[in-house]
Design a protein around this ligand. Structure first.
Ligand SMILES: [Fe+2]
Ligand SMILES: [Fe+2]
Length: 149
């Protein structure tokens, strides 16, 4: 009986440790995505549209895998007393993917380099809503989801 209980608490501890590791990995990915976004902005500032496109694609690949893990492994475990309900996270994920796709579409037809400062400024402005949502979303997860699940 005691052995069975101790097996159970060991299994729960393993599950808890696995979730902690997952949170740490997801937090590291938040940092990596922030870095990639900064790289996109620096490249746009310098008129290096092709390099900005590459960094934005890499960010998108990471974002897609990251969101898939959160949607399947973490969000379904949110309880009814969670600070923000699952639908808030899911809606932000959908919006982030849509904004990212719009940005890739915006950059797709442009030449690899852009000397026009006004266009560079317009491209940086177009990136702002994505940056804003990404930063707020990561903060929300680190104050809610990653603590509560
Ligand atoms: Fe997320
Ligand atoms: Fe996240």
């Amino acid at each position: 009986m005691i052995a069975r209980m101790s097996d159970r608490s060991g299994a729960l501890r393993d599950q808890h440790d696995a979730l902690r590791d997952e949170h740490d990995a997801l937090r590291d990915e938040h940092d990596a995505m922030r870095d990639l976004l900064e790289q996109v902005r620096v490249e746009l500032l310098g008129g290096e549209v092709a390099a900005a496109r590459d960094a934005l694609r890499r960010l998108g690949a990471m974002q897609g895998a990251h969101i898939a893990r959160e949607n399947t492994a973490l969000i379904p475990r949110l309880g009814p007393a969670a600070r923000w309900p699952a639908r808030v996270y899911l809606a932000e994920h959908a919006k982030l993917e849509a904004l990212h796709a719009d940005l890739l579409e915006l950059l797709a037809p442009l030449p690899g380099r852009c000397a026009d400062a006004r266009l560079r400024l317009a491209l940086l402005d177009a990136l702002a809503p994505f940056k804003h949502l990404l930063e707020h979303h990561f903060e929300r997860e680190q104050q809610g989801l990653f603590i509560e699940v």
